[in-house]
Ligand binder design. Structure first.
Ligand code: AKG
Length: 296
């Protein structure tokens, strides 16, 4: 938990008014000299000293804010994340979308046979290697984090029936696929939204998980007055297990970010197939331009 979130929690539970001490007048507590409000020789500072008698509790002038409790979504079905500011953000969770034996077979074939590679991205001009392996399918190239994955129309034969099944479940069509391989618990994807202009407005993204379960986390975009501070935003966690299909739709990419964080205990490999629809980059746009700025 970040320092700031921790502090906010501690404040929330400690900031109760303390009972006032009452003592018969004229008595002096043990081990205390009668107190003066002026500084005693050898005391710290030179101003009037606060004593038990002079101390008064003042309510903080700024209201103490609670960090909203994180929600967990595990139940199959449709879930509304929020309604605004850009519209309704929704998820559909379908655990067991692929039955276990089918998921086992697809997982081992894709792990062995997809052309996995490690992509180099750029942040503020600095190169870094993505902490996962990826491959891309689509008639168009896909640019994010200032680096481009080349168009690749050589779909692995196993991906085509999977795409058909996902299209049927979502009633959407997808012309592209970003495949992610998390080799172990140290592989991850940081906070981002899939909001490149090339994905269109309010995209539906279908994400099929295979292999070890990993936690998919979402956090709401803070309102402008928070100046990019995510301390008090709503958070949701969705465990994504072998064979689960997750659909993100509506305003989810406008109003929420998502990540799969590193884990500090052992995790086996996990493949995530994210089916998308891509469009030619809008005229005059630099490839990879986001509809709003977030770093991937
Ligand atoms: O691995 C996942 O579940 C998420 C992948 C993801 O966020 C992405 O490809 O944009």
């Amino acid at each position: 938990m970040s320092d700031k979130r921790q502090r906010a929690r501690v404040q929330g539970s400690w900031a109760k008014q303390l009972p006032k001490h009452t003592r018969p007048t004229g008595t002096v507590p043990n081990n205390h000299q009668p107190q003066s409000t002026h500084s005693a020789p050898g005391s710290w500072g030179s101003g009037p000293q606060k004593t038990c008698e002079t101390f008064e509790y003042h309510q903080p002038t700024k209201a103490v804010r609670d960090v909203p409790a994180e929600k967990v979504i595990e139940k199959a079905g449709d879930h509304v994340l929020s309604n605004g500011p850009s519209g309704v953000s929704r998820l559909r969770l379908l655990p067991g979308f692929l039955p276990p034996e089918e998921a086992d077979c697809v997982f081992s074939k894709l792990l062995a046979e997809l052309p996995w590679s490690q992509k180099t991205n750029y942040r503020q001009g600095e190169a870094y290697e993505e902490p996962r392996l990826t491959c891309w399918y689509g008639e168009l190239p896909y640019t994010y984090a200032h680096s481009t994955m080349a168009a690749n129309t050589q779909w692995h034969p196993l991906l085509l029936p999977l795409r058909d099944a996902v299209e049927q479940a979502s009633r959407c069509t997808f012309n592209s696929l970003l495949c992610n391989l998390y080799r172990d618990g140290h592989d991850s994807i940081g906070w981002h939204s899939d909001d490149e202009a090339s994905l269109g407005v309010k995209p539906t993204i279908a994400s099929l998980s295979l292999g070890d379960t990993r936690m998919f986390s979402l956090r709401k975009q803070p309102p402008p007055e928070e100046n990019g501070d995510y301390t008090y935003v709503e958070r949701i966690r969705v465990p994504l297990s072998h064979g689960t299909l997750l659909l993100m739709g509506g305003a989810t990419q406008d109003d929420w970010q998502h990540q799969v964080a590193k884990e500090y205990h052992d995790r086996g490999p996990r493949i995530n197939l994210t089916f998308r629809t891509t469009y030619p980059e809008p005229e005059g746009h630099k490839p990879g331009t986001k509809l709003r700025f977030t770093a991937k």
